[in-house]
Structures are given as structure tokens and as C-alpha cells.
Design a protein around this ligand. Sequence first.
Ligand code: SF4
Length: 329
Amino acid sequence: MELVCPAGNLPSLKTAIDNGADTVYIGFGNETNARHFMGLNFNESKARQGVEYAHSKNKKVYIAINTYPQPSVWRRWAEAIDSSVRIGADAIILADIGLMEYASKKYPKLNLHLSVQGSSTNYEALEYYYENFGIKRAILPRVLSVAQVKKTISNTPVDIEVFGFGSLCVMVEGRCILSSYVTGRSPNTYGACSPASHVEYIQNETKLETRLGGVVIDSYSDNETAGYPTLCKGRFKSMGSTYYALEEPTSLNALEILPELNSIGVKAIKLEGRQRSPAYIKTITKTWAEAIKQLDRGSYKTKKEWNQALAEVSEGCQTTLGAYHRSWQ
Ligand code: SF4
């Protein structure tokens, strides 16, 4: 299985490659990229250096251009595709149908992957992208059980990549506009849910309050670790109690079902976290590379220390198998 790791800058890309990634996925520092956070991401020159570094080690780089362009700024997205081709990216990851059309017509040999932001959860949808744009791979949204992933794989010629580790949200990838209600910016067009420009940490007498667009998302006492304020993961007062009304902060960890994912034909495992530090990238890449190596040796058993290492860098310090293990789906 191919291990696809995140990088928000050149040091992270090198860290991922040096610690066992087969491929690193990156994005440009603008709205074309669904991790459009200040101080992160690549310009063309840095991306070229990243591709050269990866290729010198026989590894690959994919570029995510996975937001949805508005008509007035279409050129910026088309330019991101042109730029990816210039620097020799091994594939580009797209969600928008118009961009798929542009890329497949202008660069017929370019490898196109369907982003998780495309929200395609069944083989009929994948068929559409395959027939019309010749996609080579699709990254499935984190809403499917293992049985559903298996059914999709059995009915499509498209290679399937799934998430193995990383932050979870309420799982309407490519369709969530929740944070735009308080920031005025949609993650799907601007490229950032909870943009840092709208985030505040305010210490009052008893609590540390986190806010997004002026709205209180959570408050923490001295002995609690404050998280980054995300609207779907806030603690809100509802019907007399204060709790995680939408979702508790947690991370997906699919190490336990890695052999199963391999046996049903998953081609690649994606790790989430382009917005995280090189130290995070090192931990998750090293852990998953070791697990995949052990799987290849035919003697797989999830090690306690792997789960511990991942739990330490997880959201809310807890992990889940998410939708993978839901038997009712
Ligand atoms: S608000 Fe939550 S569910 Fe929506 S994009 Fe942001 S993190 Fe995901």
C-alpha cells in the first residue's frame, strides 16, 4: 500500500520523505487549496524544490487543488494546474468538475485524482469522473464503512485511497459551509475552515475563551488543553446543558483495520494534517510506515506504542475508527 503523507511546507515534506512516506501531498498558498492557512503552503519555487527532493529519493508529490473556483477568479485555479504541470507533480488532486475538464483536455497525460472534497461515496459517481475525465484515483470521504469501501472497490477501475489517520469533522466534505456563517468565508471557495484571521483566544478571570468570528466556541479552565476553535467542535449550551452539541474533537485511527483495508484492495492510505508541525508529520509518518512494512512482511499486529504515539498527536487526545466500523451502514 502507498503511504500518502501531508506537508504544509518544505521542512515537513522532507520530514515525511525521510521518515517513510511514499508520496507527499501539498498545496499552493492561496484559495485553490483546502488548507489555505496563513504561513503555510508552497509557492511554485518551493513546490519545485519539494518535487525535486522527492524525485531524488524515488518518491512522489501530489498537489491538491481541491476547492471550488468562482467564475471571477477562475484563472487562479487554472494557473495552479498549469504550475503543477510545470514543476512535474506526479498527480493533481481536484474536486471541481470544471477544473477536471480543463486539466484533462489541456494535459491528457496528467494523472488526475478525485479529492475527498468531491464527496463521491459510490461507484456510480466514480464512473462519471472516470468516463469523462479519466481519473486514476479517488480519495473516499470518511463516511463509509469498510463494507461500503469494499463494494465501491469491487465495482470501479479507479484506484481507491482512504484516510488512515487524522482529524475528523462532521463529515460533509466539500459541502460544509458551517464556518462561513460566522466568518463570511466558505471553506470550499476560500480554502480554510476557521481561518486564523477570525480566531481569538481571550483569557478572562477564570477561563480561556476561544472565539471564531466573535462567536464563543469553547472555554477552558487552567487544567484543560485549549483546542483550535472549529465551529462543529464547540461546546455549546443547549437545553440547559453545555456539551459538544455537534461533535467531540477526535481523530481517526485505522491502524487496527489496516490488514482488512489491504485485503479489500485499498491502494493507498492517506494521513491528514497539512496544517500541523514537522514534529507531527514525523510521528504519524514513521508510525504508519512501520505498520505498512510489517503488513508487507505478513505478520501484522497493531503495536501498543504505535497507538500511543498517534493518540498523543490526536485531536482531543483520543482516536476512533469512525464510520469504518459501523455495522448499520
Ligand atoms: S465546520 Fe467542521 S465539518 Fe465543517 S468543514 Fe469545518 S471542521 Fe469540517
